[in-house]
Design a protein around this ligand. Structure first.
Ligand code: DCP
Ligand code: MG
Length: 652
């Protein structure tokens, strides 16, 4: 960004959410847009934050490149064999029997506003204000104006731009009208936002003797009749492809991909990976710059590297993308994993104002939870600072809570621990719901109580999650649904940097606190819906360590490996979990051994009923580890576990 190697055109490497093309932006002068965005944001906090994110991406790329270099020819062959076997398995799972339709309203908010005020028709307009635009109509997009762009930049690109304030009630009303139509075609349609839905139209096609093309046309006409609004549709054998297809002939168009393997493979062969839901800017850049992967087909070409460098979960996702596979089923019941509420305001450090906002958010969250009869155990506080840094703090409680008072009690403790701080956004998210009724204590839920002594308030654990997720109701461009650190975090390494694209324009602070036994939660409720999102759901635990720490000498490996009873079968396979790591990945193997060691100790701890016993064991483990290992190791261990009291040290 702005280096001497940029030939005096630093904006060319300045790619942000604002400079990505959306539908209707094909003919836009990209260079001009990038220059304006660059010039208008240069020096701002946003700009600085983008620079930090770019540095993070570069670091990821360098890390992966270094890993690639370490792979021997034998390693590559080994992983190629495994990947090819997996490709065959995935191929065998291909289901071409379903017809999926994805529909997406055209310039939704803007179209609703224009419907209600026809004088806007044909003029460039945006919904939102000078600070942020929610969407722009297709006339405005010709100038490079788009959703998520600050209005003041949009004005520079398009001086005649008309702004219309946002009005959610209207959009919800029209969204409900579209849903009435969807129900006629698929009563179990999956709605992913106010303006998007997936419909299984297999039965309609068969029962009505209609082609999918005819059904799509009929459905779009019905939506127009019902609402006066246009939408676009994509039809394909699975949800992932249907979504890609609905964007092809936007606005007011449709694209049909037949249920035929050859057609799918041809379609996917040149498709840029960024078109796939779940692959965002960071993933795109990292895969391109580190592994040379640009198209979906490249995923198959580079299958050995993907398999070697990513967890099986993520590499499965990548290989599925390469094969054009996606979900073909309707989830029986979409279980909500979290519920949230957030407020953006003018940047302030006024403590009473911030606490007042927090109270309002807690109340709104509590009301929303009551409507759905939810009570939860993990409360996450999200803060966006004046410098766009996004911090999340979470607390796991012994009991399930739902009342405003309870939420506020824990939320204000978390907030106060951060103050003084200049903030522009506060959010609260509740997750880990009780399955049944409000207030029920789940005896099976393990809390930190068995490990560290609980405090009287029931506040038992706190960790800092290493990534941020969009909130329910947030509209995000594409959320990355896999974790770059996955292989590393599976192995117990966390670099303390964000691992998904941060669509909120924020940065996550790199600190890692470790309080819940030896386990830190590296990801809980990713809002992704596709095949690999479930892989992220709490399935991976990691041991948080200091960012960029120095690695231990090989000697330490044997100590930990021995403790965890771990050997490397066939030179590659971990005897404990089956993960594969080439012999040349010495440091990663060390991390992996450490992970199992911690896991083993954790199991022991959880079988202890007394917190005191657990603490003693914890101390013993520390002493033991420190005695046998290098001084850098000692430092690491200290960083791993920060007592919860430390977190509240600033509390009033
Ligand atoms: N939205 C938002 N913030 C964003 C993106 C979208 O508030 N960053 C809102 C406004 C949009 C609506 O969600 O009207 C639907 O989002 P889409 O991405 O589908 O965008 P549009 O419907 O506006 O345009 P199109 O689908 O034609 O590209
Ligand atoms: Mg839309």
């Amino acid at each position: 960004m702005g280096t001497s190697s940029d030939g005096g055109r630093p904006w060319q490497s300045y790619t942000t959410a604002y400079t990505n093309a959306k539908a209707g932006m094909d003919g836009v002068d990209k260079d001009k847009v990038q220059r304006v965005v660059y010039e208008m944001s240069k020096g701002s906090k946003y700009f600085e934050n983008e620079q930090r994110k770019e540095a993070f991406t570069k670091q990821k790329v360098e890390h992966l490149r270094a890993q690639v270099v370490k792979l021997s020819e034998k390693d590559i062959l080994h992983f190629e064999m495994i990947a090819n076997k997996r490709i065959l398995e995935l191929e065998a799972s291909r289901d071409l029997s379903k017809i999926w339709l994805h529909t997406d309203m055209d310039a939704f908010y803007a179209a609703v506003e224009t419907l209600e005020n026809p004088s806007l028709r044909g003029k460039p307009m945006a919904v939102g204000g000078l600070s942020m635009i929610s969407t722009a109509n297709y006339e405005a997009r010709k100038y490079g104006v788009r959703a998520a762009m600050p209005g003041f930049i949009a004005c520079k690109l398009c001086p005649d731009l008309i702004f219309v304030p946002i009005n959610f009630e209207k959009y919800m009303f029209y969204s409900e009208l579209t849903r009435k139509v969807f129900r006629r075609y698929d009563p179990n349609f999956i709605s992913t936002s106010l303006d998007e839905a997936y419909l299984n139209i297999t039965e309609v096609c068969i029962n009505q003797g209609m082609s999918s093309d005819e059904v799509a046309t009929e459905l779009r006409n019905a939506i127009f009749e019902e609402t006066g609004l246009t939408c676009s549709a994509g039809v394909a054998p699975n949800q992932m492809l249907a979504k890609v297809c609905s964007d092809i002939n936007k606005p007011n168009g449709q694209f049909i991909l037949p249920n035929d393997r050859k057609a799918v493979m041809t379609f996917i062969s040149s498709l840029p990976i960024r078109k796939i839901g779940g692959i965002g800017k960071v993933t795109e850049h990292v895969l391109r710059d580190a592994l040379g992967i640009k198209t979906c087909e490249d995923m198959l070409q580079e299958c050995a590297l993907l398999r070697a460098l990513f967890s099986s979960c993520s590499s499965d996702f990548f290989l599925s993308v390469g094969l054009g596979l996606g979900s073909t089923t309707t989830p029986k019941q979409k279980m909500r994993k979290s519920i949230s509420n957030e407020r953006t305001f003018r940047t302030t450090k006024d403590e009473s104002f911030l606490l007042q906002q927090l109270g309002d958010i807690a109340e709104a969250l509590s009301n929303d939870m009551d409507k759905e009869c939810l009570s939860g155990r993990t409360l996450t506080l999200k803060l966006k600072t004046a410098s766009f840094e996004v911090r999340t703090r979470a607390v796991s409680l012994q009991k399930f809570i739902h009342s405003k008072e309870d939420i506020l009690q824990f939320a204000s403790r978390m907030l106060k621990a951060e103050l003084p701080l200049s903030l522009r956004l506060i959010g609260l998210r509740m997750s880990h719901f009780s399955d049944d009724k409000i207030g029920t204590l789940d005896p099976m839920q393990k809390t930190i109580v068995g490990f560290l002594s609980s405090d009287a308030t029931g506040l038992s654990a706190m960790h800092i999650e290493n990534k941020d997720r969009p909130n329910i109701g947030d509209k995000v461009e594409q959320q990355e649904v896999f974790d770059f650190n996955d292989r590393q975090s599976m192995q117990g390494m966390e670099v303390g940097l964000p691992s998904i694209d941060d669509h909120s324009g924020g940065r996550h602070d790199g600190r890692s606190f470790q309080c819940e036994s030896l386990q830190s939660v590296c990801s809980d409720d990713a809002d992704g819906f596709n095949m690999n999102s479930s892989c992220l759901d709490e399935s991976k635990s990691s041991i948080s360590v200091e960012p960029n720490r120095s690695m231990d000498p090989v000697g330490a490996t044997s100590t930990s490996s021995h403790k965890a009873g771990l050997i490397w079968v066939d030179d590659y396979i971990c005897s404990v979990c089956g993960i594969e790591l080439p012999p040349s990945f010495i440091e990663e193997r060390q991390e992996h051994s450490d992970y199992h060691l911690a896991e083993m100790l954790q199991e022991e701890e959880s079988s202890c009923s007394s917190g005191q016993v657990a603490r003693e064991r914890y101390r013993f483990m520390h002493k033991e580890t420190q005695a046998g290992e290098s001084s850098s190791r000692k430092k690491k261990q200290k960083v791993k576990h920060i007592p919860i009291e430390a977190f509240f040290s600033k509390q009033v």
